[in-house]
Design a protein around this ligand. Structure first.
Ligand SMILES: C[S@@+](CC[C@H](N)C(=O)[O-])C[C@H]1O[C@@H](n2cnc3c(N)ncnc32)[C@H](O)[C@@H]1O
Length: 246
């Protein structure tokens, strides 16, 4: 007898407004027996869950997956395998699972490690992934900020540790999407100012969430508005071009 399984679908949600969800992802959510919600261990909330808060999902279908914030490789691999084993048990019980992740599932997300662990335990597992709107795409759209024109290169980058490293990237690329800025914003802003390109840049903090900041004015940001973890900076080495007069 051929064994049949439930389905596993990873979807991108948000960032922010529920209307950013694709129809395909919405339909998957509506058919889900369980909605798997990743969150940092010790945290009582999940940003991804906030992004679908206005969608009618039965509370008892929601299951949190707690991921430790650690660099300990052996701890991480055992937790990922533990989470994968739980998911596989549900699939064997023919449950349809939807795993939500903020932005796009394959852009800097724990989702990819979870999928790897699932494939390690059960290589034949069918996995569907539906793309989401990444934080930097939501920011460029909200501010009408062209990310790439003509033959410009776009580099997506977790913020480097040093100004010299970032300067090197800016010298080699026209446009940069800077993610995971954390507490490095002060030197990032100083560097952009030294390079005389601060006025071509933009910042999004908590895009689509409460206390959101979307701005092209990085000079006037006050202390409270400075980016933290949930922030993206869009860097243009040259201002965006128009067609008129060219
Ligand atoms: C773990 S990564 C997740 C990226 C996500 N998969 C995406 O496609 O945007 C976290 C980084 O994404 C960015 N980010 C995610 N959500 C954001 C939001 N709502 N506002 C601003 N930045 C966000 C930040 O740069 C943050 O450091």
């Amino acid at each position: 007898m051929i064994e049949t399984f439930g389905t596993f679908t990873g979807i991108g949600v948000g960032p922010g407004p529920q209307e950013f969800l694709t129809l395909k992802s919405f339909n998957a959510l509506m058919k889900a027996d369980k909605v798997l919600v990743p969150r940092a261990k010790g945290s009582s909330n999940s940003v991804a869950l906030t992004c679908i808060k206005d969608i009618d999902i039965q509370q008892d279908k929601i299951e949190f997956l707690d991921y430790p914030m650690s660099n300990d490789e052996s701890l991480l691999s055992s937790i990922y395998l533990e989470i994968a084993a739980k998911i596989i048990a549900d699939l064997k019980n023919k449950l349809n699972l939807v795993y939500i992740t903020i932005g796009d599932p394959y852009i800097y997300s724990t989702y990819s490690y979870t999928v790897n662990a699932l494939k390690e335990l059960m290589p034949e597992i069918p996995i569907s992934t539906y793309p989401g709107i990444s934080s930097f795409q939501a920011l460029s759209a909200a501010l009408n900020f062209p990310l790439g024109q003509g033959k410009e290169k776009i580099l997506i980058l977790p913020c480097p540790e040093t100004p010299d490293e970032l300067r090197g990237h800016i010298e080699k690329n026209e446009n940069i999407v800077l993610m995971k800025i954390g507490d490095r914003f002060d030197w990032v802003r100083n560097l952009l100012s030294d390079m005389d390109i601060l006025e071509h840049c933009a910042l999004g903090k908590r895009i689509g969430l409460d206390n959101e900041i979307l701005t092209r004015d990085l000079i006037e940001l006050n202390e409270d508005d400075k980016p933290g973890y949930l922030s993206v900076v869009l860097i243009r080495k040259f201002p965006a071009q128009g067609r008129i007069g060219h």
